[in-house]
Design a protein around this ligand. Structure first.
Ligand code: C2E
Ligand code: CA
Ligand code: CA
Length: 410
């Protein structure tokens, strides 16, 4: 994106903007001085206009015009250059983007503070009522919703409302189940409650730090249930290798290396061989801090676990980090598989990733196989593993046990 910072020059006496104009940008003074004045809109004699109150004189390093930028209301003050002045223009879009995409609570607090400040300023100069913060109610509703969600999630953790579902991962050479990916579900409000999808609650869990507790729960349940699945395979008389369990881990869970000790403890308590435990971490979270990620992965590998890179191809893909990280598995994103039979490019990407995986000596999983043609094409390419609705959706434990008993193959 083009650099959105530029400067503007104003001669002494020049009006930079007037109260009442729609505001777009804020200014950071580099050189010179400006005077900020408020119009005294209603005087005691009832006459309008004319009269102005100086509320500030600002110099280098100070900012003005920031209020209209946030709350979409007209400029509440007039700003005039006192001396020849040079100011950096901070464009509204640049400023608002992180606020809009960020935490709604922060957004709300910011707007409330602003609207109180504006109202106080208006009272100061004797005007009746400042502008009400536009869309303030909307943001208030969002923030409230978020707080209620967080509260419900904390409650849900205590009330045991989170459960794991499991999606079989198929060995494409034999057509048999090789392992399972554990996927979290939230039955909000307990048994009989609505099922909330992880796409909705994982981001909030990451924001609030609850992901650490949820991540431990996912691993604990995943290991326990994998051991049940292993017994079920034996009972079904299926002589196959121990099924592996692939558990999603948020990069934020690994922000503190201490968490690796917790992971080790959970594995040893479950009496599971770490060799059948795979952790799935998304590409984006790894490349954000490659040095930290490398260290964390090394320590995890030291426990005997294997590591899969999830959603491969969707993030800021960089081949340069691939060989730096101790990876065992690449999971190519569903988007490529979905488009394989429609687009030559997608097919070529999948083909190259299979070759890349072979060249690096790591395994590859194709996600999101929905059609028999996709399964056949992936087999032809020599892809190791596959998962998707065509074989099975993620299932609760009992349904997995039934599936195993039916000795399926695809
Ligand atoms: P993911 O790790 O990429 O998981 C795969 C998602 O694709 C799952 O969605 C799965 O149900 C879905 N899927 C599998 N096969 C197909 C298919 O053939 N077609 C289609 N359309 N979808 C398919 P789900 O269960 O809703 O999970 C969404 C995301 O939530 C996961 O994406 C993962 O990023 C996150 N998540 C789920 N469980 C956990 C967890 O325990 N911990 C963490 N940190 N994240 C989790
Ligand atoms: Ca995953
Ligand atoms: Ca994925």
């Amino acid at each position: 994106m083009a650099e959105m910072i530029f400067t503007r020059k104003y001669a002494a006496g020049e009006v930079i903007f007037r109260a009442g104009e729609m505001g777009r940008d804020a200014y950071l003074i580099e050189r010179g001085r400006v005077r900020v004045t408020l119009p005294r809109t209603t005087t005691h004699s009832g006459q309008a206009g004319g009269d102005e109150v100086v509320i500030a004189e600002l110099g280098p390093g100070e900012i003005f015009g920031e209020m209209s930028m946030i709350d979409d209301a007209p400029r509440s003050a007039t700003v005039t250059a006192v001396e020849d002045t040079e100011a950096i223009v901070i464009l509204r879009a640049r400023f608002l983007r992180p606020l809009q995409t960020g935490n709604p609570l922060m957004n709300l607090v910011m707007r409330v503070v602003l609207s109180r400040f504006r109202n106080a300023q208006f009272r100061l100069v004797g005007a009746t009522g400042g502008p009400s913060g536009s869309s303030l109610e909307e943001i208030r509703a969002l923030a409230l919703d978020r707080l209620q969600h967080e509260k419900a999630m904390r409650h849900g953790l205590e009330a045991d409302e989170f459960e794991m579902h499991y999606q079989p991962i198929i060995d494409l050479a034999t057509g048999r189940i090789a392992g399972f990916e554990s996927l979290m579900r939230w039955r909000r409000g307990g048994p009989g409650g609505e099922m909330v999808s992880p796409g909705l609650f994982i981001p909030l869990a990451e924001e609030t730090g609850l992901i650490v507790d949820l991540g431990r729960l996912a691993l604990r349940h995943g290991l326990r249930d994998r051991n049940r699945f292993a017994r079920a395979f034996a009972e079904a008389g299926q002589d196959q290798a121990e099924p592996f369990i692939s558990v999603n881990v948020s990069g934020l869970q690994l922000a503190e290396l201490d968490e690796i000790g917790e992971i080790a403890a959970i594995i040893s308590q479950s009496e599971t061989d770490p060799a059948v435990v795979k952790l799935e971490i998304t590409e984006t979270l790894m490349v954000q801090n490659i040095a930290h990620a490398t260290e964390a992965l090394k320590q995890l590998k030291g426990l005997g676990l294997s590591i899969a890179i999830d959603d491969f191809g969707t993030g800021y893909s960089s081949l340069s980090y691939l060989h730096q990280l101790p990876l065992d598995t690449l999971k190519i994103d569903r988007a490529f598989i979905t488009n394989m039979d429609k687009s030559d490019n997608s097919r070529r990407v999948v083909h190259s990733v299979v070759q890349l995986a072979h060249a690096l000596g790591i395994e590859m999983v194709a996600e999101g196989i929905e059609e028999p043609v996709q399964l056949a094409a992936l087999r032809d390419l020599g892809c190791h593993y596959g998962q998707g609705y065509h074989m099975s959706r993620p299932l609760p434990v009992d349904a997995v046990l039934e599936l195993i008993a039916s000795r399926p193959h695809w």
